[in-house]
Unconditional design. Structure first.
Ligand code: SAJ
Length: 418
């Protein structure tokens, strides 16, 4: 493609997208307000962990297909991939989207395409983006084309999913959609489906809400199974043998920048109509507190805990909205001493055996691959009390009990010591 592409926001989505276009022979200019991100990138270095991304970025910076800076320059295509956080009052934080859009207004010319990738409440393109772009004096829809094409990639699998996932494109008119489809055909091998911008916005939100509500259902089941003295994971495994059932997994809560956030963007638009979504959010947000109370029961008056994993899910370095942060906060509030081990973070990349020493309880909070090779016999010898709480159903209970541990699995009946 001969068109130049400018990407605003070089984070978890913007940077891989920029690198992907650049590796397909497109001239890409990345913009980020964070000078450190830009300085590093100019040297071909990145500060986020994502499979295959460092190599790809190094290559496209070297070939000069990807350049970057802190302010936008004239381009043909502008892709907005800035964060849309949720505010304290659960409303969508649209400030970054607004300032990114404003920053390109003086640069717009006839024939340009503007694509919003950031996950946004329904009608953002129509009610926020288009009115700002109109300040350019150009005819939006005729001179300048506008679409929403939400990112749908799974952190940890971003490069693969950017190429292979199906993609939704929602333009403000057909021409906008077609131009956006053509843009992403540069690297997307999945199907590209065309719709209007508000439908595209709602699709993205519903995908993550579907997952949130289903995880809440699994978490609720876990609480019931704990009460009934049966194992929720066994119930789920057997129930999922039904051809039309796909129960999700209970856990210590829902983290990350997407699933724990996106349902609020729908709820905000129709609070009176979104009771299930709202309740799912509350159920999932309560899980860290529940895990904390299970831990406190197991501690039985003792107070040294070692938490394994602090990121929001396995094998990523992202701690945003991680439920484990809330778990730790609640434990500390209850006077518990907490040590954390997490090989994916700089701060907690510490020796597991050293940090489990004198501990009264080990909480397996995130099932990182690195934890699969833990020598529990070695840990057992140095712990003060021999308790393990598994929040992910990833430990072999029988072999731990053979070593002598008292094991408790979230969503199941009593621990080994009945
Ligand atoms: N989790 C559970 N139980 C489950 C599944 C997940 O407790 O059965 C927890 C995880 O531990 C984690 C959280 O939910 O804390 C979310 O993890 P995830 O792997 O389900 O999803 P994300 O947030 O990493 O990525 C999601 C993806 N959306 C869907 O799968 C519908 C991804 O495709 C989106 O692009 C991304 O959100 C996004 O950016 O919106």
């Amino acid at each position: 493609m001969s068109k130049k592409v400018l990407i605003l926001g070089l984070g978890y989505i913007g940077l891989p997208t920029a690198a992907m276009f650049a590796s397909h022979d497109v001239d890409v200019y990345g913009v980020d307000v964070n000078e450190k991100v830009v300085e590093n990138l100019q040297k071909g270095e990145i500060i986020i962990e994502e499979n295959g991304l460092p190599e790809l970025v190094r290559e496209v910076v070297k070939t000069q297909k990807l350049k970057c800076g802190t302010t936008p320059i004239e381009s043909d295509v502008y892709i907005i991939a800035v964060p849309t956080p949720v505010n304290e009052d659960k409303s969508a934080g649209m400030d970054y989207v607004i300032s990114a859009t404003k920053s390109i207004v003086p640069l717009l010319k006839k024939g340009d395409l503007v694509v919003l990738e950031s996950t946004s409440p329904p009608r953002t393109v129509l009610d926020i983006i288009v009115p700002i772009l109109k300040e350019s004096g150009l005819d939006i829809g005729k001179d300048v084309f506008v679409s929403h094409s939400p990112e749908r990639v799974l952190p940890g699998q971003i490069l693969n999913e950017l190429v292979n996932n199906d993609r939704i494109v929602g333009g403000i008119n057909e021409e906008s959609s077609l131009k956006t489809k053509e843009l992403y055909e540069t690297f997307v091998k999945g199907q590209i489906f065309i719709t209007d911008s508000t439908t595209a916005e709602m699709c993205k939100l519903m995908e993550n809400t579907y997952r949130d509500v289903n995880i809440a259902l699994a978490n609720e089941l876990a609480l019931v199974c704990e009460k009934m003295g049966i194992n929720a994971f066994e119930v789920i495994n057997l129930s999922n043998k039904h051809p039309r059932v796909n129960l999700h997994s209970p856990g210590p809560g829902v983290g990350g920048h997407c699933i724990a956030v996106d349902p609020w963007f729908i709820i905000e638009k129709a609070p009176e109509l979104t009771k299930i979504m709202n309740l799912a959010r509350i159920t999932n947000d309560n899980m860290p507190k529940h895990v904390s109370s299970l831990a406190i029961d197991m501690l039985d008056g003792k107070n040294n805990v070692t938490v394994l994993g602090i990121t929001y899910k396995p094998d990523v370095d992202d701690m945003r909205e991680s439920p484990i942060l809330y778990l730790i906060e609640d434990l500390k509030k209850n006077g518990v001493n907490v040590k954390v081990v997490d090989p994916h973070t700089d701060k907690y990349n510490v020796d597991i055996y050293e940090n489990a020493k004198d501990s009264d309880l080990l909480i397996l909070a995130v099932n990182h691959k690195e934890f699969e090779s833990i020598d529990y016999k070695k840990i057992y010898e140095n712990m003060s009390s021999k308790n393990i709480l598994d929040t992910r159903n990833c430990l072999d209970r029988t072999s731990l009990e053979e070593i002598g541990f008292n094991v408790k699995l979230i969503g199941s009946g009593a621990s080994s010591e009945r």
